[in-house]
Design a binder for this molecule. Structure first.
Ligand code: ADP
Ligand code: MG
Length: 476
């Protein structure tokens, strides 16, 4: 095989070198290996898809020019890309890039023999003199996997996190993006991964940082003229955890610098863990190239936990604090606060504080009073049983009678009202509501709901009943 491809590429490099900074040249051109030349087609091998994208974004004008100069007006460039993710069976694939139309990129069959392996490509980022020592990881030991209760709501995110903790940078989950609403455990899980890694690989440099802090550090670095140090510091990490990346939205410069750091880490097989309050598709004012990278690995969401998981979380927390609460209180807490774990834990903490300050036993009543004050604005889960109980208390009926098949007028009415509120305030199906109210079918429940709403339009006293009950139910 002739060495024409090498010669041609060498000639290209000469021109390129004169046109860009040395650092850029080392970073983006030294690792390239010329593979072959066929007619007017020169194939070069690049270490990753990311690398190829980077060339395309930043150097395409230059590349076009030099290719035309060295190969003639019909000169074309093709890329052979070494598969990423550090799997041992990495196969290269080819992206054909006609130098005249670089926006249409297609994957072509794998047909390019590898002429070198990745390990021969030297790392252009290694900065002499910078040692990986004494980086404070900022991990909170309380936020461990052991303290993280598993449930349907977090199964995927938790197990992906666990996999990452056991093999940082060595799974397909890079970056691992954990997203979900406020107080659902993103920060906890992110720490747990970091702790897991530190436990198993004490020599790895792990850093947890909130995105706000990152952004502030960056601004300081700009002001102090130490941007390079800032970048080098972050590029030194084996594992970088950035919490709440949605905070980067609208901050172009910060996104830009993070993009560089991300690229460097990812390309060197370092693990990146991100959290966000929303999935990448919903992030606003975030650069497309950054969003596309967020999607490279795995985006796993945290849902609001179900009742059992909430109870388990409270129990774990009590156990951790050496506290024992009556089961009914725990259930009540878990039942009443269902959208935010932090809020639920907060309620538990203030309940305990209240009780010890006032030297009161923690009873269901105390819990009720407290929760009322604590979570005014939280949507609460109301159960059919609870509605039945409130309605029966109000009309002074036995709950068993309501659930029976009796046709007594006042019972029928109370039953209908209970059905009405069950339909309105729970997510239960009509059939399920019927089953709870004396074994009625869904048509009966529907009829009851219509009757109640008609009556409330025509009967003043009835309307007062309803608004009284509604108040009681929403107060819990
Ligand atoms: P986020 O970062 O999503 O807003 P956090 O990670 O700060 O939420 O979690 C809020 C609180 O809830 C923390 O005290 C955390 O320990 C707790 N928590 C969340 N999920 C779980 C879980 N699955 N098991 C135990 N505690 C949890
Ligand atoms: Mg958080």
């Amino acid at each position: 095989m002739s060495d024409l491809h090498k010669e041609k590429w060498e000639a290209c490099l000469k021109v390129i070198k004169d046109n860009i900074s040395l650092q850029a040249f080392k970073t983006w051109f030294s690792p390239i290996v010329p593979v072959k030349i066929e007619g007017d087609n020169l194939t070069i091998q690049v270490p990753s898809h990311f690398f190829y994208e980077w060339l395309e974004e930043h150097y395409i004008g230059l590349l076009k020019k030099v290719i035309k100069k060295e190969l003639g007006p019909n000169g074309r460039l093709e890329y052979s890309i070494v598969m990423e993710n550090n799997t041992s069976n990495s196969t290269p694939y080819t992206v054909k890039l006609p130098a005249s139309n670089l926006s249409s990129v297609k994957n072509a069959p794998v047909n390019v023999p590898l002429t070198s392996n990745e390990s021969q490509i030297r790392n252009p980022f290694i900065i002499p003199g910078l040692k990986k020592v004494n980086v404070e990881s900022n991990l909170n030991p309380a936020y461990s996997f052991e303290n993280f209760v598993e449930g349907d709501c977090n199964r995927l995110a938790r197990s992906a996190g666990f996999a990452v903790a056991n093999k940082p940078g060595g799974t397909a989950f890079n970056p691992l993006l954990i997203y979900g609403g406020v107080g659902l455990g993103k920060t906890h899980l992110a720490h747990a991964i970091g702790i897991g890694i530190k436990n198993q690989f004490p020599n790895k440099t792990v850093l947890y940082v909130g995105s706000e802090k990152f952004a502030h550090q960056f601004i300081d670095a700009i002001q102090n003229g130490t941007t390079n140090d800032f970048i080098h510091f972050y590029q030194m990490m084996d594992v970088l955890i950035i919490d709440d990346v949605q905070f980067f939205s609208g901050k172009e410069k910060t996104q830009d610098v993070f993009f560089h750091i991300f690229n460097h880490l990812h390309q060197n097989g370092k693990q990146i863990i991100l959290t966000s309050d929303k999935p990448p598709v919903e992030m606003q004012n975030m650069e497309q190239r950054l969003l596309s990278r967020f999607k490279w690995g795995l985006s796993a969401d945290l849902q609001a936990p179900d009742l059992e998981t909430r109870i388990a979380i409270l129990e774990k927390k009590m156990y951790g604090n050496g506290i024992d609460l009556p089961r009914e209180v725990v259930e009540y807490l878990a039942y009443s606060i269902n959208t935010n774990i932090r809020e639920m834990e907060g309620a538990l903490t203030s309940l305990i504080a209240q009780a010890s300050l006032n030297k009161k036993a923690i009873t269901l009543d105390l819990a009720r009073q407290m929760i009322d004050k604590f979570v005014k604005n939280t949507a609460r889960e109301v159960s059919i049983e609870y509605i039945q109980k409130v309605v029966c208390d109000y009309f002074d009926l036995e709950i068993e009678i309501l659930k029976s098949k009796t046709r007594k007028r006042e019972v029928v009415q109370a039953r209908q009202i209970a059905m009405f509120f069950s339909k309105k305030m729970t997510k239960s199906s009509l059939a399920n509501i019927g089953a709870h109210c004396g074994g009625k079918d869904h048509a009966t429940v529907l009829h009851a709901c219509r009757t109640v709403s008609n009556l409330s339009d025509t009967d003043k006293q009835f309307k007062i009943y309803l608004s009284d009950l509604e108040k009681r139910l929403s107060m819990q």
